[in-house]
Ligand binder design. Structure first.
Ligand SMILES: *Cc1c(COP(=O)(O)O)cnc(C)c1O
Length: 437
């Protein structure tokens, strides 16, 4: 059997496993579409919007209007849950990103800001990009934006991000929610005047329906999670920010100090943009792994396809997308993101739902950090790499086995800030029970 046939069998089994990308390359392919200047431009755009964002969202005032998360050491979690792990365990806390409460604050808000900037320049509200961006809250700007719609399809968190920023700027906002979207996310949006359309079908179907409806309205702008370069670039800015945080913490990334990054993955855009930025900015010694539910490993499936037109859905492997990780409940990956990841990604691993709740509980117990189930998908990563046969074979093949003492393992926690207390209590109770505690 060849490598891809083995993988097909493993995907079908619905049990956790590691897939190592045979096409990963050390050098960054110069033909890839985004370069460092694209990412710096995006960062500069976000900084231009800082004063405006502070005015719209006072919780950003300490950060000067930058939506950013902390890099945390988690020594107690590491000692209790990963006692045999060499190197240092860190968390990149996007679960606490302000305004949207998840990683979607990065790409989603960025894309709506791009759109509002373009409209404001086109209609003379802004003269140029050095103008005062507080003009976007003026009466003429509100009148302008109120004539336009921003629409998106989502399993929940992208809808929250796009809906919140679009409504705050005065756009009409429409969010198409797929079947797994949590009730509280819809309520939160409706309370801000966002139109929520509920679909009885999965995420891919909600995208098709949302895109068609938006395309029929010339004043509607559809945020396309599967194909948007702006969304992707907004996510990639995280790499610039992380580079600074690592340097502030005196953490090196080089041949002797590898960095392993574990990113929860749905359609691929958020982890893809971040991995892209990290490989571009930090280089070959950062090793990115995506984490997907055993029932929805769509990017793992997507990475197997020779040509992006041939990408299958997880249904073709007898899986059902039955997962409590609503942020990752996607049946078909973005072909565009899969093609960008071809030489950049180290691998993908899958995780059982039960483990998400266990880690969620343990993180709360040991570090007082609360996350949603999707955000725990990466937590099996350090053990998969260092304590399974497949992981050890990967480390050996890449000359990493003897570098582990100096390594850093980064768990990217991707959502949770706005989860209502009673929901969070249910999640952690479930984790505690699963652990027989
Ligand atoms: C959306 C989301 C992800 C994954 O992002 P994709 O762009 O769909 O791959 C991970 N975690 C959470 C909490 C999310 O909401």
């Amino acid at each position: 059997m060849n490598q891809s046939a083995i993988t097909a069998g493993q995907i079908r089994q619905g049990a956790p496993f590691l897939w190592v990308n045979p096409e990963r390359q050390a050098d960054f392919d110069p033909d890839l579409p985004l370069n460092i200047q694209h990412i710096r431009d995006a960062d500069n755009r976000l900084r231009r919007f800082g004063p405006l964002l502070t005015q719209l969202f006072p919780e950003l005032s300490d950060a000067g209007g930058l939506i950013e998360s902390q890099l945390h050491p988690v020594p107690t979690l590491q000692a209790e849950i990963y006692p045999n792990l060499s190197g240092q365990l860190l968390i990149k806390g996007d679960h606490a990103l302000p305004v949207a409460g998840s990683i979607k604050a990065r790409g989603g808000i960025y894309e709506v800001l791009c759109h509002s900037e373009a409209l404001a320049l086109q209609h003379g509200i802004l003269h140029d990009t050095n103008d005062d961006y507080l003009k976007l809250t003026s009466e003429p700007a509100k009148v302008l934006f109120s004539q336009y719609e921003v629409a998106v399809s989502s399993t929940g968190n992208l809808g929250l991000s796009i809906g919140i920023i679009s409504a705050a700027l005065g756009f009409k906002a429409t969010v198409h929610m797929s079947v797994e979207a949590k009730e509280w996310k819809k309520t939160r949006l409706r309370n801000r005047g966002v139109k929520v359309i509920e679909h009885k079908d999965d995420y891919s179907a909600a995208v098709t329906a949302g895109r068609a409806e938006s395309d029929a309205n010339p004043n509607s702008y559809f945020v396309d999670d599967e194909n948007s370069q702006q969304l992707f670039t907004g996510y990639a800015v995280a790499a610039l920010r992380l580079q600074q945080q690592l340097s502030d913490a005196d953490i090196k990334v080089d041949a002797e100090h590898p960095l392993f990054v574990y990113l929860p993955c749905g359609v691929g855009g958020a982890p893809g943009g971040i991995a892209y930025g990290l490989r571009l900015i930090l280089g070959q010694h950062v090793h990115c792994f995506f984490a997907e539910p055993v029932e929805a490993p769509c990017v793992l499936v997507g990475m197997q396809a020779e040509r992006s037109a041939e990408i299958e859905s997880v249904y073709d492997f007898g899986l059902k997308v039955a997962t409590e990780a609503d942020g990752l409940a996607v049946s078909k990956a973005s072909p565009w993101v899969c093609s960008l990841m071809r030489t950049l990604l180290d691998g993908v691993f899958t995780v059982d739902d039960d483990r998400l709740f266990e880690y969620l509980y343990q993180l709360q117990q040991h570090e007082s950090i609360s996350i949603e189930p999707s955000a725990a998908a990466g937590f099996t990563g350090p053990d998969i790499l260092t304590a399974t046969e497949d992981g050890k074979a990967y480390l050996l093949a890449n000359q990493l086995s003897d570098k582990l003492d100096n390594s850093t393992h980064l768990l990217w926690t991707t959502g949770g800030l706005f989860v209502p207390e009673e929901e969070m209590f249910k999640f952690s109770t479930k984790g505690k029970q699963l652990l027989n505690l």
